[in-house]
Design a protein around this ligand. Structure first.
Ligand code: AMP
Length: 282
């Protein structure tokens, strides 16, 4: 497996592979790889001959006071894991190779970025859309694979490639969970002591919501489901940032749960670890 650290070297490789007629997939990550990331690499390998895994903790998507410096990094381990899973090349640029002193252009995202994580993290999705566009331009993939774990991000990226006519196919992979239901996340590493147990309230709240809806023969009011979700999170001792039921494509709020509905939840555990989770409801 090859490792490259500069956009120039990455583009030369991708262009050469494209000239040979190879189909290329990109799996963008911020590293600290876990089974969720590895499932995306595996999916990418099934879809194409060559898989690029980018490992880049993107400063532009972190706000002031967020965990940019503390974000877990384990580059050598990540390279080993990605290689085992079939990655052909790791692209891991230094921040100054992506954003030099003259950098001044960014992608602004409209309505899809305003609610949910976008409301709690101003500028986050501008940072995501900009870095993903840069990664697409640098790596020229035929396919890019993203996780449903970052459900709003996935909706925004689908819209981004449509709006800007970027010639890449976006493929989604399902959320990979720990045996007890906790959605895998690089940030789970921050959970200490009892916080690991408290963090389960997100997946438990989602499971309860699904049970409530499955057990009802009448149309289910979104507000009644959210009341249950909020009380489960509060009782566990986590601080809810949002719990919303929205349409899976438009992210618009709904009055009644439908086959298109997604429950999305974000909460702070132990006062500092921000976790997200989501699921379709029917
Ligand atoms: P990150 O490294 O957190 O930026 O995530 C990189 C990619 O992995 C994104 O497309 C995420 O949605 C995806 N991802 C993160 N956690 C999971 C998970 N538990 N299951 C599936 N995909 C995930």
């Amino acid at each position: 497996m090859k490792i490259v650290h500069t956009p120039e070297e990455m583009t030369i490789w991708s262009n050469a592979m494209r000239r040979e007629g190879k189909r290329i997939s990109l799996v963008p990550t911020m590293g600290c790889l876990h089974a969720g990331h590895l499932s995306l690499i595996k999916k990418a390998k099934d879809l194409s001959e060559l898989v690029i895994v980018s490992i880049f903790v993107n400063p532009m998507q972190f706000g002031p006071g967020e965990d940019l410096d503390a974000y877990p990094r384990q580059f050598e381990i990540d390279c080993g894991l990605a290689e085992q899973q079939g990655a052909d090349i790791i692209f891991s640029p230094a921040p100054e190779k992506m954003y030099d002193d003259t950098f001044q252009t960014s992608i602004s995202v409209g309505r899809l970025s305003r609610g949910l994580c976008g409301a709690d993290r101003p500028g986050h999705f501008e940072g995501v859309a900009t870095v993903v566009t840069k990664l697409f331009n640098i790596t020229s993939p035929h396919v890019a694979v993203f996780g449903e774990k970052d459900f709003q991000q996935l909706a925004i990226i689908r819209q981004l490639v449509k709006d800007l006519n970027i010639p890449v196919e976006i493929i989604a992979g399902p959320i990979v969970r720990e045996a007890d239901g906790l959605a895998m996340s690089s940030r789970n590493k921050y959970l200490e002591g009892n916080d690991r147990q408290i963090a389960l309230c997100l997946s438990q709240a989602i499971a309860e919501a699904r049970k409530l809806i499955a057990g009802s023969t009448e149309p289910v009011l979104v507000s009644s489901v959210l009341t249950v979700v909020k009380s489960i999170v509060a009782d566990a001792g986590a601080v809810l940032e949002y719990a919303e039921i929205i349409d899976k494509v438009t992210l618009a709020t709904e009055e009644y749960v439908s086959a298109e509905s997604v429950l999305a939840v974000a909460a702070k555990i132990g006062g500092r670890v921000r976790l997200i989770d989501n699921s379709i409801l029917i």
